[in-house]
Design a protein around this ligand. Sequence first.
Ligand code: BDR
Ligand code: CA
Length: 319
Amino acid sequence: MSEANTTRRIIIDCDPGQDDAVMLLLALASPEALDILGITTVAGNVPLDLTQRNARLMCEFAGRHDVPVFAGCDRPLQRALVTAESVHGTTGIDGASIHRPAVPLQDRHAVDFIVETLLAAGDDPVTLVPTGPLTNIAAAIEADPRILPGIRRIVMMGGAMREGGNTTPSAEFNIYVDPEAAEIVLGCGRPLTIAPLDVSHQVVVTHEPLDALRAMPSRVAAETVGMLEFFNRYDSEKYGTEGAPLHDPCTIAYLLAPELFEGKLCHVAVETGSALTRGHTAVDFWGVTGHPPNALWLHRVDPAGFFALLIERLGRYDG
Ligand code: BDR
Ligand code: CA
């Protein structure tokens, strides 16, 4: 069955972040395709108290008070937290109008929610969509490996091959922050789709999607414009492009419209030892190691199709 024609049960694990925020708004606008069982948050772009607040704010903007939001790990498995305020601003979602959201934070720890949900999945396993450091997902696997059959697929944003790194010359941010967690996820044996910088750098926010959003009357569109205008500033200077790459929405776009992407089954390993190349993803794109593939490595996306999907979905909001 086509991935696009099924209503999938998903858990989104994120660290908003403007691009995580747009990813959430895209997912929350697609209830016919995505049954969001919960949004779990992790420390990453900014500390956990801000990422969980930001996720709740997106649910409020989207009018989706029905989706529970959980806070998870406040630091990587074995290392000190590295954050990215220089990219996202001190709030993580600078550019949005920020207040204390009406959507409550759930009492349960995110890792407990993930474990309990996956153990109860039965013959309808759940797709995990991580768009931050992989700490919560790895912690859940470590806590109870019996959850693995409850995972239908993991569709994650992280890593890089052709695009090098955005945090060090060798590493992408999500993998750099918690490489030990990434190693656990890459080795978990469940189907895995990876949207790395190699695809996200093909979907850069230009004036066209921004103009389309500015023409929309909704609050969601206005908040998205505010966030993307801020997000564009840093990356346009860094990369010399018109705007910023929309990393995290690639995961949800893949679930909604996999035909927009090209990928190759590859073996992917992560560097945990070296200080110089910490968090590097070693992608066996040409099959030189003989190791069996553990991931579908996305490497091409149709940018026009991606932005058409995003604009159509964000256009669904009338509030
Ligand atoms: C990833 O790092 C974060 O800054 C973004 O939210 C995205 O998940 C891109 O490297
Ligand atoms: Ca993120």
